[in-house]
Design a protein around this ligand. Structure first.
Ligand code: NAP
Length: 303
């Protein structure tokens, strides 16, 4: 049976360590979070980020913009925040409505305040191995891997997913640590066979319970990045089985969250496995706080 990689405990440890460091530094890191529109999941994430700021004594500035905000208005706000000395990190919560050019808006954020690490300058720095803001979820995945002393040098790592926010950056980080990395996606042939070669398997697919034991080599480390909301009872029963405790949850709350990994199937073969929730998720926010604090320290050094 796999040992669970406890992301909640690690996030708490990181945050507790940071709290005393922030106090000792005398700094007040400032994070601006921009939410466009009313996407309920995004609103929840934004609240969680603001609450994390409060807990750490950060200055947090939230901007709720209407779904029909113009590019000019959003751009003006970003440029203002770029010049605000109290703000060390700017986060544009994604996705943004379709009439706004996401790449263009992200590119307006000053790379030195781009705590999400999505600006092309930071993406490039990550690629060439320079100091940069590492995107929060990939940075969290690496923190978990390190916490559990997973050896990467010379190991085979397979990443399912090639998004700019998870798949590609985590692949770069694994490569930097001397793993031999394969990136898979929806057109990959013989996916399960490829995945079974992995010593470390990262699932960032966005499909509930997609990865089962047939994808996993005995003793592999499996990191489940997926956060999928299942709100249909019939689908849930097919995925989890009628006896699963998840069925009670869906009846009670109307939905249940699950990962990309079929937990019950994979825990029988993996050596280490992240649960969902409580695995990668809590680390994403902890790393956002870390990136913001790092930024505040850098600004303090140059001022
Ligand atoms: P995404 O942008 O939708 O990317 C999904 C990737 O999976 C794509 O590269 C896609 O391939 C690939 N894929 C889809 N179906 C596939 C299939 N049948 N076989 C092989 N590959 C397939 O998603 P994302 O933003 O990277 O997020 C992935 C998951 O992580 C989601 O569940 C998301 O909610 C979760 N997430 C969690 C956190 C956290 O903090 N825990 C943070 C970010 C994301 P193509 O490129 O070919 O389409």
């Amino acid at each position: 049976m796999a040992v669970l990689m406890d992301g909640k405990a690690l996030a708490r440890k990181i945050t507790d360590g940071m709290r005393s460091e922030v106090e000792a530094s005398g700094l007040r890191p400032g994070l601006a979070v921009i939410l466009v529109g009313e996407n309920p999941a995004s609103a929840v994430y934004v609240k969680m980020k603001e609450r994390a700021c409060e807990k750490l004594g950060f200055f947090s500035s939230g901007f709720r913009l209407p779904a029909d905000v113009s590019e000019d208005e959003l751009a003006t706000l970003i440029l203002r925040l770029n010049n605000d000395p109290d703000i060390h990190g700017i986060l544009l919560q994604l996705p943004i409505p379709g009439h706004l050019n996401e790449k263009k808006m992200l590119s307006l954020i000053l790379p030195d305040k781009d705590v999400d690490g999505f600006h092309p300058v930071n993406v490039g720095r990550l690629m060439v191995g320079d100091q940069c803001f590492v995107p929060c979820t990939p940075r969290g995945i690496m923190a978990l891997i390190d916490e559990y002393d997973v050896e990467l040098k010379g190991k085979r790592a397979v990443v399912i997913g090639r998004s700019n926010i998870v798949g590609k950056p985590v692949a770069m980080l694994l490569l930097e640590r001397h793993a031999t990395v394969t990136i898979c996606h929806s057109r990959t042939k013989n996916l399960a066979d490829l995945c079974r070669e992995a010593d470390v398997l990262i699932a960032a697919v966005g499909r509930p319970y997609f990865v089962d034991e047939t994808f996993v080599k005995l003793g592999a480390v499996v990191v489940d990045v997926g956060v999928n909301r299942v709100d249909n009872e019939e689908t849930a029963e097919k995925l989890f089985g009628s006896a699963s405790p998840k069925m009670a949850k869906i009846r009670e709350k109307g939905y249940v969250l699950c990962g990309d990994v079929n937990f019950e199937s994979v825990e029988k073969v993996a050596s280490l496995l992240t649960p969902v929730p409580g695995g990668v998720g809590p680390l994403t926010i902890a790393m956002l706080m870390k990136n913001t604090f790092d930024s505040a320290k850098r600004f303090a050094e140059i001022s």
